[in-house]
Every structure is written in structure tokens, then in C-alpha cells.
Design a protein around this ligand. Sequence first.
Ligand SMILES: [Zn+2]
Length: 137
Amino acid sequence: MAEETKIDYGIFQEAKEFWEGVERSEFFIQRCQDCGQYIFYPRAHCPHDMGSLNYERVSGNGRILTYSIVIRTGDPQFTNLTPFVAAVVKLEEGPTLYTRIDVEDPYSITFNQEVEVVFKEQEGRKIPLFKPVNHVS
Ligand SMILES: [Zn+2]
């Protein structure tokens, strides 16, 4: 394997509590104290009304809004992960986020599929991914 690479997540002050939650396998995102809306990605102020933000633990449940199966990538950090599913997930609390779907068969994914957050070790640190929810019928 190629030499170990370290992904730079660009941790800044507003994202500190998000990444601390991830380290504990807990999913925290910001919520506006004025308009009540949840937001993602982490910011200094609410993008809707410039209100002040607090972190709240959320369900980690959502649906796949759209996705793409990545067969080849020029990014060496992701080469050994192909094929993988890059997706936009809409959380049940409202915000959307760009993520990867943790699934054995990328071709089993469908639009609007229910997913839940899962915390995976990658490049020496924990990151939040999403996996399909399998309902037992
Ligand atoms: Zn707001």
C-alpha cells in the first residue's frame, strides 16, 4: 500500500464540538436558538437569521437524497475504497450533508433509502458515514 496519508478535515472552532461528538460515536449538529432550525455544516451564526447556535445530539437518521457510485478517483486517499457510494443525505432534522454510504454492494443503494449514521475508523481517526437501515419484516 502507498504511504500513509492523513486527511485534513479542516477543523475550525465552530466544528470542534461536532468532531468531539464523532470521537465519542455521538452525532451532534448545531441548532439555532432563535429560529429553531438545525443546520449543517458547522458555522458561527445561523444562515437563516444570524441567530446564535448550540450543539444538540440528533438521531443520525436520514434518507439518501441523491448519490453517485464512484468507480475511479484521482484522489489517492480514496483509491482503495472504490467502488464506493458518495451521497447527499437529508437528516430527519432537516439539514443535508455530503457523505459516503458504508455498504457492501454499492449497487444495492436506491434514492430515498433510509440510512443511519455509523462511525468508522479511517486514516487513524473516526469519521461519520451512513449505512442503509435494514428493516426486519
Ligand atoms: Zn436561525
